[in-house]
Design a protein around this ligand. Structure first.
Ligand code: ADP
Ligand code: ZN
Length: 622
C-alpha cells in the first residue's frame, strides 16, 4: 500500500469526526464529484447560512445533495422528511455507500431495527435521519436527537403537501407546524413539480414566505423524445426496445390487464420483463420493484402505480403504450429516465383510441364539471404536443412557461422534420363518410367504408351501396386513422363514448365542406412509408458513445460491479454509477490516485472498491 493511499484510507475512516467546512471540499472528498452542478452551490450556501430555501429542480439535477451536503457541514443531525419508506431506505443505503452515517425511522419499522437507529440518533452519530411525515408528527423527535440537536429540516417531494397535484399526502399538512415550532432551524423544501399552483401551495402551507427560491431550467437535455402514431404497438415497442438490450427501463400501460399481457408477450420475444401494478400481490410487487433496483437489463412494465419510489439513476428508457392524462404526468413519468445524466429515451405510441379512452375516463369519473373541464384541457394540451410539427422539447417546455428556441436535435420532429400537406380533399371525404353513415359509427367501421372493405357490417347496414364506399382507396387504413385523429384534434369532429365511440361532425366541419377552410395535416411517417417502424433518435444508450474496445472493458467492469453488489446486498448503482464505469473504461486508471480524479470516486468508495476495479481493469485490457 502506498503512503498516499494510506492517508486516503485514514481520511475515509475519520469521516464524520473531522470538521467539514468547505462545501466544495466535502463534495470532492465524500462524493468524489469534481464540481457542483447547476445551482447546487448556491443552494448549499443558502442552507448552510441558515436560510429557509425552496428548491425547484427537475429530476436528475441533484436535489438530494442540496440538503445532504449541508448536513455534513453543520453541527447536529439533519431531519429529512420523505413520503415513501422505499425511497428513504434507498437514500440511506446510498449515503452509507459514501461513508456517511444515516438512518431511517418509520411507523411500522421492526422494533429492534428502530431501537438501533434511535440509539445511534441519541448518541449523536447520525448526520442525517430520514423519517416519514406521520412518524415525525407522532412527536418526541427533539428529545431523540443527540447533543448536537437538529441541524436542518429537509422536506423531500414537497409537492405532496399540495392538493392540486396527484401525489397529495394528508400527513404532509402537519409539516406546516415545523416553522412555528422551530423558527430558528433552517428548512429546505425540494420538488421536481413545475407548475405555479403547486409552488404557491408549498410556500403557503410550509410557511416559507421568506425563503430563498431556486428554480432551475426544466429541460432534461439528455432525454430524447419520440412520439409515433400507433400502427402495430407491440412490434413498435419491440423495435424500440431492441437497441436497449442489457439496459433497464420502464414501459407504462394504462390497465393492469395490458401490463400483464405486455409482460408475457415481451418475455415470449426474448426481452426480460416483469410487471408492477396496484392490485398485484404485495410480496410480488416488492420483489419486482427490488429486482428492478438490483438487476440490470430489466424491463419493468407498469401502471402509474410504479412511480415516486424510483431512485434508480440508470433508467435508460421510458416507453408509453397509452397516453398519460396530462403533459405534467408525461413529463414526470418520462423524467424517471436518465437521472445519471447519460443519454436516455422517451418513447410513446399514440392513436385516436387513446384520446377516446381518456375522454371516456374523464366523463365517467366522479369529478364535478369544473374539474372535468380542466381535465379535458390538460388532455388537449398533451394531444397538442403529440400532434405538433414543431420541436417537441420546445412545445413541452413551453407548456411549463419556459422558452426554448427549438431545434433541439434530439426529438423526432427535429431529427426527421414533419411534412405537412393540404389535406382538404381528404378531410372532405373523411367527414362525408361520417355524415353518410349517419354519425352512428366508430372510426374502424367508417374507415372500412372509405377503403371499400366488404364486411358483415358494411353489408348489413347497406354501406356498400353508398357513394363514399371505396372512395378513399388512395390511402390505407392507418393513413385514414391519422387523418381522423387530426380532425379530432382540429375540433372538426367529436367522439361520443356513450355511443360506443360514434364519430359526429362539429359545426366547424361545414366550413370544410364549403371549402372555406383549408385543412393542413401532418404527414405521419406511417402514412408516407406505409409502415409503423420507429425512427432512431440519437443517443440510444449509455454505451453508445464508447468505442468497441472501451465497450468491452465497460462490460467487464459492469460484471465486477454486479458481483460486488450481490456480495454486499446493495444496488449496483450504489457501488458506482454508470458514469463512473464509463470513465474507468475510457481513462483506464492504473493506480488508486488516478481513480480519485474520476467523478463519483470519493474516499470511502476508493478504499472499499478501488483495488477490485483496478484488478478488473487490468484483466480487461490485457
Ligand atoms: P434529483 O433528486 O434531483 O432527481 P438526485 O439527487 O437523485 O437528483 O441526483 C441525480 C444523480 O446525479 C445522482 O446519481 C447523483 O449522485 C448525481 N449528482 C448529483 N450532484 C452531482 C454533481 N455535482 N456531480 C455529479 N453527479 C451529481
Ligand atoms: Zn427538438
Amino acid at each position: 500500500m502506498t503512503h498516499s493511499f494510506r492517508n486516503i484510507f485514514d481520511a475515509a475512516e475519520r469521516l464524520g469526526e473531522v470538521e467539514l467546512s468547505n462545501p466544495l471540499d466535502v463534495l470532492r472528498r465524500v462524493w468524489g464529484y469534481p464540481e457542483f452542478r447547476g445551482m447546487q452551490a448556491d443552494v448549499v450556501k443558502s442552507v448552510i447560512s441558515g436560510r429557509d430555501t425552496l428548491v425547484l429542480f427537475p429530476t436528475g439535477k441533484g436535489k438530494s445533495l442540496c440538503y445532504q451536503l449541508p448536513a455534513l457541514c453543520l453541527k447536529g443531525t439533519a431531519v429529512v422528511v420523505s413520503p415513501l419508506v422505499a425511497l428513504m431506505r434507498d437514500q440511506v443505503e446510498e449515503l452509507k455507500g459514501f461513508g456517511v452515517a444515516a438512518g431511517a425511522l418509520w411507523s411500522e419499522q421492526p422494533p429492534d431495527e428502530a431501537s438501533e437507529v434511535k440509539r445511534q440518533l441519541r448518541s449523536g452519530q447520525l448526520k442525517l435521519i430520514y423519517v416519514t411525515p406521520e412518524r415525525l408528527a407522532a412527536g418526541g423527535f427533539e428529545t431523540m436527537v443527540g447533543g448536537g440537536g437538529i441541524s436542518l429540516f429537509a422536506i423531500d417531494e414537497a409537492h405532496c403537501i399540495s392538493f392540486w397535484g396527484n401525489n397529495f399526502r394528508k400527513d404532509y399538512l402537519s409539516l406546516g407546524r415545523l416553522k412555528e415550532m422551530y423558527p430558528d432551524i433552517p428548512l429546505v423544501a425540494l420538488t421536481a413539480t413545475a407548475d405555479a399552483h403547486t409552488r404557491k401551495d408549498i410556500v403557503r402551507l410550509l410557511n416559507l414566505s421568506d425563503a430563498a427560491v431556486f428554480i432551475d431550467s426544466f429541460d432534461r437535455k439528455n432525454i430524447s423524445y419520440e412520439i409515433v402514431p400507433r400502427s402495430n404497438p407491440r412490434s413498435q415497442l419491440l423495435d424500440f426496445l431492441r437497441p436497449h438490450d442489457g439496459e433497464s427501463g420502464i414501459v407504462y400501460c394504462l390497465s393492469r390487464k395490458k401490463v400483464e399481457e405486455t409482460v408475457e408477450w415481451l418475455n415470449d420475444n426474448g426481452i426480460r420483463a416483469k410487471h408492477y401494478h396496484a392490485k398485484l400481490d404485495p410480496a410480488v410487487k416488492a420483489a419486482n420493484q427490488d429486482a428492478f433496483r438490483m438487476e440490470e437489463g430489466l424491463c419493468l412494465v407498469a401502471t402509474v402505480a410504479f412511480g415516486m419510489g424510483i431512485n434508480k439513476p440508470n433508467v435508460r428508457y421510458v416507453a408509453h403504450l397509452d397516453l398519460p392524462s396530462s403533459v405534467e404526468s408525461y413529463y414526470q413519468e418520462t423524467g424517471r429516465a436518465g437521472r445519471d445524466g447519460l443519454p436516455a429515451q422517451a418513447f410513446m405510441v399514440f392513436g385516436m383510441q387513446d384520446i377516446v379512452q381518456r375522454l371516456r375516463m374523464i366523463d365517467e369519473g366522479e369529478a364535478n364539471d369544473q374539474i372535468k373541464r380542466i381535465e379535458r384541457a390538460k388532455l388537449n394540451a398533451l394531444v397538442g404536443i403529440c400532434e405538433t410539427t414543431a420541436c417537441r422539447r420546445q412545445s413541452i417546455l413551453g407548456h411549463f412557461g419556459e422558452v426554448h428556441p427549438g431545434g433541439c436535435g434530439s426529438c423526432d420532429t427535429c431529427t426527421k422534420p414533419i411534412e405537412t400537406w393540404d389535406g382538404t380533399e381528404a378531410a372532405i371525404k373523411a367527414l362525408a363518410a361520417i355524415y353518410r353513415t349517419g354519425e352512428r359509427f366508430g372510426v374502424g367501421h367508417v374507415i372500412d367504408v372509405l377503403t371499400g372493405k366488404v364486411t358483415e357490417k358494411t353489408k348489413r347496414f347497406g354501406h356498400v351501396d353508398l357513394a363514399v364506399f371505396g372512395a378513399g382507396k388512395e390511402f390505407n387504413a392507418s393513413a385514414w386513422q391519422s387523418i381522423y385523429r387530426q380532425l379530432l384534434t382540429l375540433n372538426l369532429i367529436r367522439v361520443e363514448h356513450d355511443e360506443f365511440g360514434a364519430m359526429k361532425l362539429q359545426e366547424t366541419a361545414a366550413g370544410v365542406f364549403k371549402k372555406e377552410r383549408q385543412v393542413n395535416l401532418r404527414r405521419d411517417r406511417s402514412v408516407s412509408r406505409g409502415t409503423g417502424k420507429t425512427t432512431d433518435v440519437a443517443g440510444a444508450s449509455s454505451r453508445s458513445g464508447l468505442s468497441p474496445d472501451d465497450r468491452e472493458v465497460f462490460e467487464v467492469l459492469r460484471q465486477e460491479r454486479l458481483a460486488i453488489s450481490r456480495e454486499l446486498g446493495i444496488a449496483p448503482y450504489v457501488v458506482f454509477p454508470d458514469t463512473t464505469l464509463v470513465a474507468f473504461a475510457t481513462r483506464r486508471p492504473q493506480v488508486l490516485e488516478e481513480m480519485l480524479e474520476i467523478s463519483g470516486v470519493g474516499q470511502t468508495k476508493l478504499a472499499r472498491y478501488g483495488e477490485r476495479f483496478l484488478r478488473a481493469l487490468q484483466t480487461a485490457v490485457r
